[in-house]
Design a protein around this ligand. Structure first.
Ligand code: MG
Length: 337
């Protein structure tokens, strides 16, 4: 197998701000895997809050990957096990896993969702409203009227006013994401207002390691479901979360690809955890991999490609608020420039 890896820069349509950072571009890593005349493509965004960068991903893909891959692209489980021996670099593993799945689908002439025995249609996606002024938030909510669900990034003094503005501008269901930026005291104060506004869940309010605050929040007599994102990595992280939260946000870039993500989803089901399928800011190539398994999730948050100014790939569908994979072989997307 011939593996080529490179970095690419995605320009965002608007500045994107969350509790811990703000950005105008997103760096991603891409993999082209060629074998027997077929080329599989994959993409993932390095998990910056775990110290991953495009450079570290490319280092991993350049130096260590050939031996781990072996000579059979169909041997996904053996490849996954060999790659798991190396800690970290989840995005590099994810881009490789996506390219392998794309290769297998193209080789067999079938979309990946069919090879996995799944349906191409999952729950509607949420659309993300980044942190902004109250007026800016209202404007973003107005422009997002095609979406049935809005995920509002929170973590500032104007959170309640911003959420009230979203409620005024939109009839959409509302979820909030704290991106580790809250304190327990702040969460206790905010909870009644969130319930009053009809917010349906809270994602990652506290830092991943602050399990005590998650446990304390569970003691409230009325509260919203809490999902863990930054604190949820791979299969091994799922069972402990059942002890302090209500669900997980599975992202391929964190999990290391489709195969591990599916294992996580099944584990979560056994533990009665709610399952959100999320994404990083990625092009249609990255999002297409996640879209293959959207039907396995309770909640879908696959809007990363919709935040990009000049999309490099096409092929994903958007139908009645749902991001749907195409019926073309593999991941079903093609480069358009
Ligand atoms: Mg999140």
């Amino acid at each position: 197998m011939d593996v080529r890896a490179y970095g690419a820069t995605l320009a965002l349509a608007e500045p994107f701000t969350i509790a811990r950072s703000s950005r105008r571009v997103q760096e991603v890593v891409r993999v082209e895997l060629e074998h027997e005349g077929v080329v599989g493509l994959g993409e993932a965004t390095p998990v910056y809050y775990w110290g991953e960068t495009v450079e570290s991903a490319l280092g991993f893909l350049g130096a260590e990957v050939s031996a781990a891959l072996g000579d059979d692209p169909f041997a996904l489980e053996a490849i996954r096990r060999r790659l798991a021996g190396r800690q970290g670099e989840q995005a590099a593993k994810c881009a490789l896993d996506a390219a392998l799945h794309d290769w297998i689908g193209k080789r067999l002439g079938q979309p990946v969702w069919r090879l996995l025995g799944l349906a191409p249609t999952g729950p509607p996606t949420s659309y993300t409203i980044g942190i902004d002024t109250v007026a800016g938030t209202a404007d973003r909510a107005r422009r997002a009227r095609g979406f049935a669900i809005l995920k509002v990034k929170v973590g500032g003094p104007d959170d309640v006013a911003r959420l009230e503005a979203v409620r005024r501008e939109s009839a959409a269901r509302i979820r909030v994401d704290g991106n580790e930026g809250w304190t327990l005291e702040g969460a206790r104060e905010l909870m009644p207002a969130l319930i009053e506004l009809g917010v349906e869940l809270v994602e990652q309010p506290f830092p991943a390691e602050d399990v005590g605050s998650f446990r304390a929040l569970r003691e409230l007599s009325t509260r919203l479901p809490v999902l863990v994102d930054e604190g949820c990595r791979d299969l091994a992280s799922v069972a402990p979360i059942a002890g302090y939260a209500d669900g997980i946000n599975v992202k391929l870039a964190k999990a290391g690809g489709l195969r591990e993500a599916i294992r996580m989803i099944h584990a979560a089901r056994a533990l009665r955890l709610r399952v959100m399928l999320g994404c990083m800011i990625e092009s249609e190539l990255g999002i297409a991999a996640a879209a293959q398994i959207a039907c396995l999730a309770d909640d879908v948050d696959l809007d990363g490609h919709l935040l990009i100014a000049d999309p490099p790939f096409a092929g994903l569908g958007f139908d009645a608020g749902r991001v749907t994979p195409s019926s073309h072989p593999g991941l079903g997307v093609r480069p358009i420039r």
